[in-house]
Design a protein around this ligand. Structure first.
Ligand code: KIV
Length: 281
């Protein structure tokens, strides 16, 4: 899958399925499930590392995770999330950080949480030859500035601003959009008015595709999930059951049994016993 395939799906009116995931093993399964796009999101800071925001994600962490996901899912369209402060300090560092995802980790798209203040960054990264996904609507990296994250585009004025912003992003060079936590009616207008694929994260079913984080899909998240999310399995229960059974079988002596053992070569045990007996004499 490439960015062109995502455009093709939009043109055909076929919905794009995307998952935010962060490791080799899960990416293998997500790839086998036939998902169109994987995003290595900076939500890794929360889901993998247990922080309460995405802010602690670093370039080195994100590049290592993206490369791991690429190894696990070589044929899926791969997007990588530019973490906090990887694109805000200068255009030059934004371009070189974006380039690390493409050159060192095999990403095909870099995602940038963007306001109008970042249009020059979007343009520079795009001009450098990279596919840029502009992430607008709720932008979790702004949590400390905003104090709380709340639905976007909920008044006519805010909606108009967001629609104009989406056009500006595409004009600057974004060739896909991620629309987070935006009023459904507004997201529909953005998707209709925009020539590029628009992926919704909590912005309703009228966008060109949907993304959720893997831990929500699998039922591995702790605490309350966002209103827009949905569990498609209860793997938390399955994991607790499996690991509990494992611990129980260790305690009861049922694990391991002989089928999990390596053995000394035939005849070598007697030889070893003789060696031990002679040295113990
Ligand atoms: O970081 C992330 O995983 C994301 C998605 C939830 C869109 O930005």
């Amino acid at each position: 899958m490439t960015i062109l395939d995502l455009f093709g799906l939009k043109q055909k009116g076929q919905k794009i399925s995307a998952v935010s995931c962060y490791d080799y093993t899960t990416a293998r399964l997500v790839g086998r499930a036939g998902v169109d796009m994987i995003l290595v999101g900076d939500s890794a800071a929360q889901i993998l590392l247990g922080y309460d925001s995405t802010l602690p994600a670093t370039m080195d962490l994100m590049v290592a995770l993206t490369a791991a996901v690429r190894r696990g899912a070589p044929n899926v369209c791969l997007a990588a999330d530019m973490p906090f402060l990887s694109y805000q300090t200068s255009i030059a560092s934004a371009v070189s950080n974006a380039g690390r995802f493409v050159a060192q980790a095999g990403a095909q798209i870099v995602k940038i949480e963007a306001t109008a203040a970042h249009l020059d960054v979007i343009k520079a990264v795009s001009d450098a030859g990279m596919s840029v996904m502009a992430h607008i609507g709720i932008r979790p990296q702004s949590i400390t500035k905003l104090g709380q994250l709340k639905a976007e585009g909920t008044t006519a004025e805010l909606a108009y601003e967001l629609i104009e912003l989406s056009k500006a992003m595409v004009k600057a060079g974004a060739n896909s959009l991620l629309l987070e936590g935006t009023a459904r009616e507004v997201a529909k207008i953005v998707a209709e008015k925009t020539p590029v694929p628009v992926i919704s994260c909590g912005s309703g079913p009228d966008c060109d595709g949907q993304i959720l984080v893997i831990s929500d899909i699998l039922g591995l998240s702790d605490g309350p999930m966002p209103k827009f999310s949905r569990r498609f399995a209860d793997l938390d229960k399955a994991v607790v059951q499996a690991v509990g059974d494992y611990a129980q079988q260790i305690r009861s002596g049922k694990f391991p049994d002989d089928t999990q053992c390596y053995h000394i070569k035939p005849g070598e045990l007697d030889k070893l016993k003789r060696m031990l007996a002679s040295t113990n004499r």
